[in-house]
Design a protein around this ligand. Structure first.
Ligand SMILES: N[C@H](CCC[C@H](N)C(=O)O)C(=O)O
Length: 284
C-alpha cells in the first residue's frame, strides 16, 4: 500500500470550513478511517474539518471527490468542499463550469466570479426513509424527537432532510441562546438517526435571510457547512418561514442558496480560498 509521504496536498477553505485536498488521480491509494483521522487531527497532520480527495474510481467517469470527516468516516456530500474542488477543476481545465462525481451523485459547478462558485447540489429528499430516520415519520418538517436529557421544549419539532447527507434543523429565536456544543453531539448520535446527522440551529431573520450555526456529523462545530445551509433553506421554506432564496449567514460568512421551483434543485453559491500548498512528511 503506497504511503502519502512526500505527497503534495492543498489546504483550502469555504467560509472557514477547512479542507486538506489530495490529488490521487496519478497514484491511487485507499484513504482509510485511521489515515483520514491522522490527516485531520492537527496534532498528527495538517488538520482540517474534512479530508478531500480527487480520484479516478473504477466504474465512474470523470473525477470522483472523496470526502472523510475528521472522525475518519467517509461521507457522501460536502457543500463547501464542492465549491473548492469545482474551482480547482475549472482552473485546471480552463473552463467556467465543470462536473464531478461524489458518493451522493454528480455535481455541476459554475464560476460566477473571482473565487466565487455556484454548485448545483441536486434535489432534497424529505421521506423519512431517505433521511434516513429509524422510524416512520409522516411529516419530516416537524419531527417528534424524544429529547430526553436535553429536555429543552424550545428545541421540539426539528425539520429533517437529506441533501446528499442527513440534516436535522432546529428553528430557534436566537442562535446564541443555545448550547449547540452540548446538544449537537446528543442529536448527532440520537437513535432516530441510524446514519447519525448534521445538527443545525437556524434563526430566520427575514423571508430571505437565515442565521445558522452547525454541529457537523463527524467534525463538530465548524465555521460553515454548505450542505447545512442548503438544508436550512429548504426546511425553512417548507415551514413557510422564507421564500425559495435566502442568504444563509454562518459563523464564517454568507452563502446564497436557492431552491429552484422549476426543477427542484438546490443551488449554493459562495466563496472559496486556496490557503496553502503542503507536502506530507515521512511519518505518513
Ligand atoms: N459533516 C458532513 C460532511 C461535510 C459537510 C460540510 N463540511 C459541508 O460543507 O457540507 C457529513 O457528515 O455529512
Amino acid at each position: 500500500m503506497s504511503s502519502l509521504s512526500g505527497h503534495p496536498y492543498l489546504i483550502m477553505n469555504g467560509l472557514g470550513n477547512r479542507f486538506v485536498i489530495i490529488d490521487l488521480r496519478d497514484n491511487p491509494m485507499v484513504i482509510d478511517n485511521d489515515l483520514a483521522k491522522k490527516i485531520a487531527d492537527p496534532k498528527t497532520g495538517p488538520g482540517c474539518d474534512q479530508v478531500i480527495t480527487l480520484e479516478h474510481r473504477k466504474g465512474i467517469d470523470g473525477v470522483f471527490m472523496g470526502i472523510w470527516n475528521a472522525d475518519g468516516d467517509e461521507v457522501g456530500a460536502c457543500g463547501n468542499a464542492s465549491r473548492c474542488v469545482g474551482w480547482l477543476l475549472m482552473e485546471e481545465q480552463d473552463e467556467s463550469e465543470t462536473r464531478f462525481e461524489t458518493a451522493s451523485g454528480p455535481l455541476h459547478a459554475t464560476k460566477v466570479g473571482d473565487k466565487r462558485i455556484a454548485v448545483d447540489m441536486g434535489e432534497p429528499k424529505f421521506h423519512w426513509r431517505d433521511i434516513p430516520l429509524a422510524e416512520q415519520m409522516d411529516d419530516t418538517r416537524f419531527v417528534d424527537i424524544k429529547l430526553g436529557p436535553i429536555d429543552n421544549p424550545v428545541l421540539w419539532g426539528p425539520s429533517t432532510v437529506n441533501v446528499g447527507n442527513p440534516h436535522c434543523i432546529f428553528f430557534v429565536d436566537d442562535v446564541n441562546a443555545h448550547a449547540l456544543e452540548k446538544f449537537g453531539p446528543m442529536i448527532e448520535h440520537h437513535p432516530l438517526f441510524p446514519e447519525r446527522a448534521n445538527v443545525s440551529i437556524a434563526q430566520v431573520t427575514s423571508k430571505h435571510a437565515i442565521r445558522l450555526r452547525v454541529w457537523e456529523r463527524g467534525a463538530g462545530i465548524t465555521k460553515a457547512c454548505g450542505t447545512a445551509a442548503c438544508a436550512a433553506l429548504v426546511c425553512a421554506h417548507r415551514r413557510r418561514l422564507t421564500g425559495r432564496k435566502a442568504v444563509i449567514t454562518l459563523d464564517g460568512g454568507d452563502l446564497a442558496v436557492e431552491w429552484r421551483e422549476d426543477d427542484n434543485r438546490i443551488i449554493m453559491t459562495g466563496p472559496i480560498s486556496l490557503d496553502e500548498k503542503g507536502e506530507f512528511g515521512t511519518d505518513f
